[in-house]
Design a protein around this ligand. Structure first.
Ligand code: BG6
Length: 465
């Protein structure tokens, strides 16, 4: 196979709240992810309840062990590493004027260590880490004030890290807000509340915040590359019935609604019909149109894990990422019910590149499954190698077909707490971490078989695939 293009960014990805632990250390405040013991789709608490185990409060203690972990990533040859800044380390409540210096120092050191090892930081500004205080006192992103708190946070981190970080993303999986409004938008929907109205309004505020952040970032450092980030696992029609084919296309537009605004700088023509259909009234300020126009993103970051099938009548609001849909008989499925579909990734690259003609960055893709520690201490994860190999081959094919792809960061390159379910048992890592669902284990790190395999892929710039 030909090599990938020169300068292709090879690496791995995590999110602060799934690895760092130290959830209340050195002035850190609570974020939405700190009060969900069973992951994003489980119950949500208003505070940290005593007697409840929250797996991500300690996670894998990356906060204390990042040097050891980055050294392993450097050994694999990573040229980039994606993580998020945990917003509440910098602004514990979210509405303060002064940032928390201890929090800023942590990321100073983290980014310096990455650069020392030749690893380019790729930073998500908010990865399901909205401060809980902003949820409880302002109603999360439904409140326009959040735009200004977020921008203040951006100004602080852009200025502080302007010579260390070049690649940024404004919101992780922004289109997941329909599916997980609490995590993605800091919104608590009351039992009889109008969920859709809240979600559409909150999304509008996030679009404005993202556009203003892009404009501000470029002023602080013109070299910044600031992307949007969507979950774009894909959907196929369940049959060739025209209703299924048309319906699938229309459901995909509900994800593209987000990238359309963030990449083109205006609401797509089909938005109006959607708002009317669901009786949505979005409150906008006069200047919003202009803000959106001036702050389009530089690239599209996205996650891709799986695909599913659409059947006539299914309703999907903004996230076609396989949470809804039926199974495809042609595909294998993980123990968590996620269907493995490398060609789907190539399809998404083509669809999105053709739609925007802007660079793509595959910032999440990976296999979450059960790993077995052998008697000799090894982990023979050939299934993970197969998963990554087959996906990367399709990424390569998409590039041959003309898609401009900046890089690939394998999700959960080290075992982390699952975002969806809060489990450790659902392992993604190329590096094993000795910790179980109940928090037992030494936290010792071990290389899995896939570690050496990925190192070879990177060393040959993809030729060994
Ligand atoms: C993405 C999220 O949706 O999927 C990550 O951005 C998450 O935070 C990943 O970890 C995989 O999901 P899960 O539930 O297997 O952790």
């Amino acid at each position: 196979m030909n090599t990938f293009k020169k300068g292709f960014l090879w690496g791995g990805a995590v999110a602060a709240n799934q690895v760092e632990g130290a959830y209340n250390v050195n002035g850190k405040g609570l974020s939405v992810s700190d009060v969900i013991p069973n992951g994003l789709i489980g119950e949500k608490h208003y505070k940290v309840e005593s007697g409840v185990y929250y797996p991500n409060h300690d996670a894998i203690e990356f906060y204390y062990r990042y040097k050891e972990d980055l050294a392993l990533m450097a050994e694999m040859g990573f040229t980039c590493f994606r993580t998020s800044i945990n917003w509440t380390r910098i602004f514990p409540k979210g509405d303060e004027l002064e940032p928390n210096e201890e929090g800023l120092k942590f990321y100073d050191e983290l980014f310096a260590e990455m650069l020392r090892l030749g690893i380019e930081p790729v930073v998500t500004i908010s990865h399901y880490e909205t401060p809980l205080y902003l949820v409880d006192h302002y109603g999360g992103w439904t409140n326009r004030k959040l735009i200004y708190f977020y921008l203040h946070y951006c100004e602080v981190i852009f200025t502080r890290y302007k010579d260390k970080v070049k690649y940024w993303m404004t919101f992780n999986e922004i289109n997941a807000i329909h599916f997980i409004p609490f995590a993605a938008g800091g919104i608590r929907i009351p039992a009889n509340g109008n969920k859709l109205q809240s979600v559409f309004q909150a999304s509008h505020h996030m679009f404005i915040a993202s556009s203003l952040a892009v404009q501000m970032g470029h002023k602080i450092n013109n070299d910044f590359q600031i992307g949007c980030m969507l979950t774009l696992s894909t959907m196929y029609p369940a049959t060739c019935k025209p209703e299924d084919v048309l319906g699938t296309y229309q459901m995909k537009k509900r994800s593209w609604y987000f990238s359309d605004v963030m990449m083109r700088g205006y609401y797509p023509s089909y938005a109006k019909q959607m708002w009317e259909q669901y009786n949505i009234e979005i409150v906008m300020e006069e200047e919003d149109e202009d803000i959106l126009k001036k702050g389009t993103c530089d690239y599209i970051g996205f996650s891709y894990y799986r695909s599913s099938l659409y059947e006539d009548g299914m309703v999907i609001m903004g996230d076609t990422a396989g949470n809804t849909g039926t199974s495809n008989p042609y595909l294998d499925t993980t123990p968590w019910g996620w269907q493995i579909d490398p060609i789907g990734l190539r399809l998404v690259c083509n669809e999105i590149y053709d739609r925007y003609q802007a660079p793509l960055f595959i910032v999440e893709n990976g296999l979450g499954t059960i790993d077995k520690l052998e008697k000799d201490g090894s982990i023979q994860d050939d299934y993970r190698i197969d998963y990554v190999k087959s996906h990367l081959k399709e990424v390569h094919a998409a590039m041959q077909e003309g898609c401009d792809i900046m890089g690939y960061t394998y999700w959960g390159c080290i075992d982390i707490v699952s975002a969806g379910t809060g489990e450790m048992k659902k392992r993604y890592g190329l590096i094993y971490v000795d910790r179980d669902n109940e928090g037992n284990g030494t936290l010792e790190r071990r290389k899995k078989k896939s570690f050496d395999w990925y190192r070879e892929v990177i060393a040959t710039n993809g030729q060994s695939l």
